[in-house]
Unconditional design. Structure first.
Lengths: 199, 94
């Protein structure tokens, strides 16, 4: 089960609401390569993973991604809070506003609602871990692009923290893949004689 | 220490524990990492007790509700509000 702890993994304290930034930040909240997709992907894949180490990596990174999802929600929420209608129109947030007001909704920056179509759980440990390595790289690039378009230091700080976590997760998935490949290539010996004597 | 200082300390210690825990998932026999992990978890537990005395319970089913008249866990502020978070200087962050 899970324990909710009443704090963010890294603080989000934004002073200036910003419609344009809110519009693009939802990409990591509900976009194809965002935190929600990452969490659900790893959570689903853990059930068929082999080796205790790789199971632990999937379980624990899925858990951490959900803490990241809360941070992206907090960023979006604080950027939306207190915007005037004029600022919403100027920031290009009007289409989002008419659908969600100042609510936080899991969609891409282009407005496509979150979909499990963006992730896989293939039931094969090696296939799934390659998908996870790719997922971490895609999330890393999304943070790079968000950072390119962000000037506000209050938004940049949590974005940089989250970006670095993608690098650490990529490293851990790489180690998990090595462990799983070694496990699958081990020579397995079945002792048929002991089975015979039991009869 | 005031609330923000305790929260900052707890956030940092818990983050270290998460990161070393993840390292240990793929390096389960690394004795140095196990020692560091245990040291940090003990330190975090101490700070958590102090923080909860000032700021109220952090968990809905693991924390003691010290206030006898009210369910303090549900009280504001919730962590997604800017007011609930502490400031980080540019030098500390980058």
């Amino acid at each position: 089960m899970w324990i909710y702890e009443k704090k963010l993994m890294f603080p989000v304290k934004i002073k200036c609401p910003d419609a344009r930034l809110a519009k693009i930040m939802v990409e990591q909240y509900g976009g194809a390569d965002g935190e929600l997709g990452a969490s659900v992907r790893y959570l689903s894949q853990k059930f068929t993973m082999v080796t205790p180490q790789a199971r632990a990596v999937l379980n624990d990174i899925a858990t951490e991604e959900f803490a990241h999802e809360e941070m992206m929600g907090a960023i979006t929420c604080q950027l939306l809070c207190g915007l005037t209608p004029d600022e919403i129109v100027k920031g290009g947030l009007d289409a989002y506003y008419v659908a969600h007001g100042q609510g936080v909704y899991p969609s891409s920056a282009a407005g496509v609602p979150f979909s499990a179509c963006a992730l896989q759980s293939k039931g094969d440990p090696v296939t799934d871990l390659y998908e996870d390595l790719a997922a971490e790289k895609k999330a890393l690039k999304t943070y790079d692009y968000l950072i390119d378009l962000t000037m506000d230091p209050d938004v940049l700080k949590p974005l940089r923290f989250l970006r670095e976590r993608e690098i650490v997760h990529f490293q851990r998935f790489g180690e998990a893949l090595d462990i799983v490949k070694n496990y699958l290539s081990e020579t397995k010996v079945f002792d048929m004689s002991s089975a015979e004597t039991k009869k | 220490m005031d609330r923000d200082m305790l929260l900052k300390s707890l956030t940092e210690l818990d983050f270290m524990a998460v990161d070393i825990g993840l390292f240990l998932d793929t390096h389960p026999t690394n004795k140095d990492a196990i020692a560091a992990y245990n040291k940090i978890v003990k330190a975090a537990d101490t700070v958590r007790v102090k923080y909860e005395k000032i700021a109220g319970p952090m968990c809905s089913f693991r924390s003691i509700n010290r206030c006898e008249d009210a369910w303090a866990y549900a009280a504001d502020p919730w962590p997604w509000c800017a007011d609930a978070n502490y400031s980080i200087s540019e030098e500390e962050c980058c």
